[in-house]
Design a binder for this molecule. Structure first.
Ligand code: LHQ
Length: 257
C-alpha cells in the first residue's frame, strides 16, 4: 500500500496519510511522498486541499524506529529534508488547506495539522506535543504556530508537559477551528470542504498571505499589505461575480480566478 493516498474530485485534493498499522507515523519515504502530493496541489484547478489519516489516527509523528535505525536518514536530515519542506509547501499553497484530524495527532503529526489553514477534529481525536517525552524540542513549525494559536503560556505548558489535549478542549482554547461528534464528522467535513472549493480561491489565497504576513509586520506595514492584496483581490473575476450576484440577488458562481 502506498504511504500517501492522493485523489482529486470536484477540485478538491484529498491527501491521506496511510501507514495505519504505525498510526501513520512518518518515515523518510512517507515524508517525500507527502511533499510530492502537496506539489501536485499547486495547479489552480485545485481549490481546496484536505489532509487526513487512514485508520484510527491522524499521525503519531516521526516513526521512532527509523530514528534509531543505523541505515536510517539520521537526525541531521529529518527536519531539513522531511518536515520543514512539508510545512513550507502547505504554507505556500495558494488555496485553503484543511486538516481533518480523525484521531491522535502527536509530535510532528500534530504540528503538520496545526500549520494548516483550518483544522477540524473528530470528538475522539487528541493532540499531543509528544516531543518533551523523548527529550526533543517541538518542531515542524510547532513553536511558531502553537503560541500564536493559544498564547505563550498555554503553548509552553502543553509543549513542556506533553499533555493530551482532547478535541473539545482544543476547540475551546483556539488550537483548532471546530470539533464534531464522531458520527457527524464525515458529513460536517464534506460541507466545509465543498464550501471552500466553491469560494473565490484567489481571494482566499490573498487572505492566507495577509494572515501570514501579520506574524511579523507592524500595523502600518500590515495596513499597506492589506491595501496591496486588496487591489489584487479586486482585480479578480470572482470579485466582479460576487458583487454582480449580490446586486442580482442570486448565488455567486465563483471560478476561483
Ligand atoms: C509508532 C509510533 C511512532 C513508530 C505509534 N513511531 N511506531 C523530529 C526530529 C527527529 C527525530 C524525531 O522526531 C521528530 C518529530 C517527531 O514527531 S518527535 C515525536 C514522535 N512521536 C511520538 O513520540 C509519539 C509516539 N507514540 C505515542 O506516544 C503513542 O503511540 C500515541 C499516544 C500516539 C498513541 O497511543 P496508543 O493509541 O496507545 O497506540 P500505541 O502506542 O499502542 O501504538 C500503536 C502502534 O503504533 C504500536 O505498534 P505495535 O507494533 O506495538 O502495535 C506503536 O509502536 C506504533 N507507533 N507511534 N511515532
Amino acid at each position: 500500500m502506498p504511504s500517501i493516498l492522493f485523489e482529486v474530485t470536484d477540485q478538491v485534493a484529498r491527501i491521506t496519510l496511510n501507514r495505519p498499522e504505525k498510526l501513520n507515523a512518518f518515515n523518510r519515504e512517507m515524508a517525500f511522498a507527502l511533499q510530492n502530493a502537496l506539489r501536485k496541489c499547486e495547479p489552480d484547478d485545485i481549490r481546496c486541499v484536505v489532509i487526513t489519516g487512514s485508520g484510527k489516527a491522524f499521525s503519531a509523528g516521526q516513526d521512532l524506529a527509523e530514528v534509531v535505525d543505523p541505515a536510517g536518514p539520521g537526525m541531521s536530515k529529518i527536519l531539513s529534508e522531511h518536515y520543514n519542506p512539508v510545512i513550507q509547501l502547505i504554507s505556500d499553497l495558494k488555496k485553503p488547506v484543511l486538516a481533518v484530524v480523525n484521531g491522535v495527532a502527536a509530535g510532528a503529526g500534530a504540528n503538520i495539522a496545526l500549520c494548516c489553514d483550518i483544522v477540524v477534529a473528530s470528538e475522539s481525536a487528541v493532540f499531543i506535543q509528544a516531543f518533551s517525552k523523548i527529550g526533543l524540542i517541538p518542531d515542524s513549525g510547532g513553536t511558531f504556530f502553537l503560541p500564536r494559536l493559544v498564547g505563550r503560556q498555554k503553548a509552553s505548558a502543553l509543549m513542556m508537559l506533553g499533555d493530551k489535549v482532547k478535541a473539545e478542549e482544543a476547540e475551546k482554547i483556539g488550537m483548532i477551528y471546530k470539533y464534531f461528534e464522531d458520527a457527524a464528522f464525515r458529513d460536517e467535513v464534506e460541507k466545509i470542504t465543498k464550501t471552500l472549493a466553491n469560494m473565490p480561491t484567489a481571494g482566499l489565497a490573498y487572505t492566507k498571505m495577509a494572515i501570514q504576513l501579520s506574524a511579523t509586520n507592524t500595523l502600518p506595514e500590515q495596513l499597506a499589505n492589506e491595501d496591496a492584496l486588496q487591489q489584487k483581490a479586486a482585480a479578480t473575476a470572482d470579485f466582479k461575480e460576487g458583487v454582480q450576484a449580490f446586486l442580482e440577488k442570486r448565488a455567486a458562481n465563483f471560478k476561483g480566478k
